[in-house]
Design a protein around this ligand. Structure first.
Ligand code: BES
Ligand code: MN
Ligand code: ZN
Length: 501
């Protein structure tokens, strides 16, 4: 991702000049100084080209003018829509639209002088997110195809205010990039142990990181998680990350933290209930919930959020083998409840069951949010446009919905209820791990809810089923095709809006 700098407006002598322009009435001077300077320096070439291209500054409109003179390799105009109606989301979208148009340049200057500083920073955020790329395993790419963008200068009248607005946004962008990178890594490279090692990397940002191995988990009684892991040659890990931004590390008094829990199945073959070969490679992204939790912890630490937060990820590989769990096995969860494993492919809920209970026992959090690529059924329900949101608490649910809307990570609330819960009845154990095809995402959530302990008092909990939103099948406004990092910005926003200070 390119370096971002905020500078005073001045025409660059080379590279790309980007002109975010509003849908302006004739002769409106809004955000127009650098445009006019560029026009003067190129003998009116910029204006002539925009006129010829019928560029009106409408939202989503763009126009590239090649080598207009004055040393510029290109001028890119991007439409902002009606002046005065530019929203943070609009600024991010414009930034995202710019990225693919300038990645072949080494340097670009974006003329954001007419935008308030926070929107200038929002533009940088959109650009940064859209310009993310994962090319660790490309060795043969042609020089001309490689992205070259190293530095983007955002010209703004108030560089100090823009920089201040950018600080937390950069932390969020870094968190998203980390989440995406973890998800993008192939499953041979990133198993549970390797991912735990990457979590350790957060220590340098001031996050406390604790890693549990199978020995500790056996001692604790994580029978459900260990059952999933037992078919793999790779050992499971649970990572507990703590960011103590409210109490300070060890010094202040620790209040009840907020808690985030992620499903980290580094590869999901289905186990003995094996998945069909077609598309199975996609199941490397079955750790996207965990990736989002790690990215979130990085974002919180990166902006020194004034909150005590716990992030917990359950890392396992779900494989078939001679030691694998069988359909029909009964496992004992950390909560003491027993589960008949009807389908070894419904493994995410088994991993989360132990973590949810453990998280409450150990931290007594203010609330818990879990993120998981939990069911294919949620893609049938909501497609790729919304994550499924399940919650036992209206306030928490509404806050999550609002935060998601604000950052372009939409969630849709789904129902819970006793009638669905009945589908989990087992003939031999306290419950079975699947509830049949009807309402598959809901019965999965019901299963999780059995591991939310409200006996000692209310425990607000929300579950985000991100199976449809964690991986983009095509380029999105703020993410190239591939891992989206869904959840990082949403939960960072949730914390910032309601749980800090
Ligand atoms: N990881 C999958 C869910 C999934 C499917 C994520 C497609 C992303 C894309 C999960 O572990 C799973 O296999 N769920 C089963 C549950 C079923 C056996 C009750 C499913 O959705 O088919
Ligand atoms: Mn599965
Ligand atoms: Zn899975």
């Amino acid at each position: 991702m390119p370096d971002i700098a905020f500078v005073k407006p001045a025409l660059p002598r080379s590279g790309a000049l980007v002109l975010p322009l509003p849908e302006a009435a004739e002769g409106a001077a809004w955000n127009d100084n650098l445009r006019r300077a560029a026009d003067e320096a190129t003998g009116g070439a910029v204006s002539r080209a925009l006129e010829a291209a019928a560029f009106k500054g409408r939202k989503g409109q763009s126009c590239t003018i090649w080598a207009p003179g004055a040393g510029l390799s290109r001028v890119v105009a991007i439409g902002l829509g009606k002046p005065g109606e530019v929203t943070p989301e609009g600024a991010e979208a414009a930034g995202g639209a710019i990225a693919p148009l300038i990645v072949q340049e080494r340097e670009a200057l974006v003329a954001a002088e007419g935008l308030p500083p926070a929107l200038a920073a929002g533009l940088a955020l959109g650009l940064t997110l859209r310009a993310w790329r994962f090319d660790r395993y490309r060795t043969q790419e042609k020089e001309e195809d490689k992205p070259k963008l190293e530095r983007v200068a955002i010209a703004t009248a108030d560089t100090a205010a823009a920089k201040a607005a950018w600080m937390p946004m950069r932390a969020a962008a870094d968190g998203v990039a980390l989440a995406r990178e973890l998800v993008a890594e192939p499953p041979n490279v990133l198993g549970p142990e390797e991912m735990a090692e990457r979590c350790r990397g957060l220590e340098k940002h001031g996050v406390e990181v604790e890693v549990l191995g199978p020995k500790e988990m056996r001692k604790l009684g994580f029978g459900a998680l260990l059952g999933v892991a037992q078919g793999s040659a790779r050992e499971p890990r649970v990572v507990v990350m703590r960011w103590n931004g409210a109490s300070g590390n060890g010094k202040g008094r620790r209040g009840r933290p907020v808690a985030f829990i992620g499903k980290g199945v580094t590869f999901d073959t289905g186990g003995i209930s094996i998945k069909p070969a077609q598309g199975m490679e996609e199941m490397k992204y079955d750790m996207a919930g965990a990736g989002a939790v790690v990215g979130l912890m990085a974002a919180l630490a990166g902006r020194r959020a004034r909150v005590d937060a716990v992030g917990m990820v359950g890392l396992v590989e779900n494989m078939p083998s001679g030691t694998a769990q069988r359909p029909g096995d009964v496992v004992k969860t950390y909560s003491g409840q027993t589960v008949e494993v009807i389908n070894t492919d419904a493994e995410g809920r088994l991993v989360l069951a132990d973590l949810l209970w453990y998280c409450q026992e150990r931290f007594e959090p203010r609330f818990m949010v879990d993120l998981a690529t939990l069911t294919g059924a949620i893609i049938i329900s909501l497609g790729h446009e919304h994550a499924g949101l399940f919650s036992n608490d209206d306030e928490l649910a509404q806050r999550i919905e609002a935060a998601g809307r604000a950052v372009g990570e939409a969630c849709w609330r789904m129902p819970l209820g006793e009638a669905y819960d009945k589908q989990l009845k087992s003939d031999i154990a306290d419950m079975k791990n699947v509830g049949g095809r009807p309402g598959g995402s809901i019965t999965a959530a019901q299963f999780l809810q059995r591991f939310v302990n409200t006996k000692k008092g209310p425990m607000p909990w929300a579950h985000l089923d991100i199976a449809g939103t964690a991986w983009a099948q095509k380029d999105l406004p703020l993410a190239p095709k591939g891992p989206t990092g869904f959840g990082v910005r949403l939960l960072d926003r949730l914390v910032a809006e309601h749980y800090e200070g």
